[in-house]
Structure formats: structure tokens, C-alpha cells
Design a protein around this ligand. Sequence first.
Ligand code: PBG
Length: 312
Amino acid sequence: MRRLVRETWLNPSQLVLPLFVRSGENVRQPVDSMPGVHQTSVDEMLRDAEAAAEVGVGGVLLFGIPDHKDAVGSEAWNDEGAVQQAVRALKRELPQLVTITDVCLCEYTDHGHCGVIRRETGDVDNDATLELLAREALSHARAGADIVAPSDMMDGRVGAIRQALDGAGLSHTAILSYAAKFAGPFYGPFREAAESTPQFGDRRSYQMDAANADEALREVLLDIDEGADMVMVKPAGPFLDIIHRVKHETGYPVAAYQVSGEFAMIRAAAERGWIDCERVMMDSLLGIRRAGADVIITYFARDAARLLASGG
Ligand code: PBG
């Protein structure tokens, strides 16, 4: 009877698994603060993606770790970069899996910021960054990405990317914008995984203040206006009210990112035997769905899908 009247369902096809790719072969490097998460070369990435697809995971989100970083992050738009190669491999081997690429400069810049730095002031230069992000997105789309997902939080990037894609005949490539992305401590473990810790300052000049909900709505509406097809709220667990408002006030497809810190907290407590990992994982994902997310990006995607597939 509980099943009969259940209001919210988790479906593997709505889960997206983040993957970290780098150059080389047979590379599989564990990330210390994220048990079960690895940096891999493209060949190994395919195995993880295949295992995820087997249990019905809907998509993957690719992050690249370049061999060389520089001031402007030029590896980001290298057509032979790790992400671009990963996209081509995925679309060839697992075409049913939705391939999403993270578009940002922080993994590619030597200073670790998401945009270029204006020399005179030391600030992130919003407008000078837009063209570089558009170049990166275009390179991902040309490789075959189904969706590009800008996570940099520069103002105007969705419009710049949409224009670049349409200009290149790539009007079918969708944009999932990290629209309401809050600055804060929850991204710590990710920065180890992606080697993207800012070398000075923090991201508060471009990411949002955790205290602001109305502003989150304005950010979302701006991105929709500029051509976003789907919008994201990130982190997920501490921002369920934002997920709820975005879903109900826009009616747009909403993705929520259960970020590295949320994942690490659950895994760490479970490793100590203080909580039941599977049950907390499922309740955390269900809460995000119940708040209104259509899509959940989570490092638990494969584990949760496997559990769902086995009737758990
Ligand atoms: C890049 C980016 C970040 C995350 C996704 N894309 C890190 C950041 O903004 O510092 C975080 C993901 C996670 O913590 O799992 N800008």
C-alpha cells in the first residue's frame, strides 16, 4: 500500500554521474577525500561509464584535468584534450548515455579561478572570460557533447555560448546552466579531484551568497532568458528551498548537484559506522527529488541506480 500511494520516485535515468578524465592510458587514481571516485584516462573512464549505463544511469558529466595549465586555461578548448576525446569515445561506444560536459576554466588555469584575471586589479575579468568559455563549449559540442554545462558563474556566458553554438550550426546542443551556484565550503573534495583550488582569494566575487534566495531566482531567470534549456541548483542538500522555488516559479527542467562535500560527509560517517550509507544515500536523493529536481548529479549515481535496479 505504501508503494501504491508513494508520491516521489527515484529513477536511474534521472541520475548523472560526474567523471574526471585526464590524458594517458590505464590511469586510475583514487581521490582521497571521495572514496570510490577516481581520476581516470579515457579508456578507464569508458569502463565506469559502461558500468553506470548498465544499471540505467541516464548521463555522465565530464570534467577534464589537463597536463598543462596556463593563465587563460587554453587547454580547455584543445580539440584533442581529455574531455574532447572522452566525449568522442562515449558517443561512439555508449550513444544512449547523455554526455554532458562541464564548461569552466578553473581546472585549466594556473591560478585556479573560473575566469581570466585582470592584471591591474587581480580581479576575475567577467567579460574577457565569455569568449574563452564560448570557445571551450564549442570544442565540446564539436566533439559531440549532447549538453554543455557552464559552471563558471560569469554573467552573460549562457548567451555567449548559445550564440557561438548557433553560429557554428550546433543549435541542437543543449545548455544546462549552473544557474544558482553558491560559493562555499562544500566543494572542497572536488577541488582535490579536479586540481582546481584557487591559488589566491576565493570564488565569492562570482559565485552566490548562501544567504540569498531571491537573487538565486534572478540568476536563474537571467540564464533562461539567455537561452538555457535546463537550470541547475548547486549544492543540493543545503539548498532544497531554492530547488523548490526554481522548479515551481519557472517550470523549467531543474538539475540539482549533490556536490563532493555532501558525498564526502555521508561516506565518512558511514565509514565510521555512524550511519547506514545506502539508506542515507537514498533518503538524501529522495529529498532532492521531492524538493523538485528532475535531474540529480551525484557521485552516488551508479550505487543508487544499482540499488534501484535490484528493487531496493
Ligand atoms: C567548477 C566546478 C566546481 C564544481 C563543479 N564545477 C568547483 C568550484 O566551483 O570550485 C564542484 C562540484 C563538487 O563539489 O562536487 N567551477
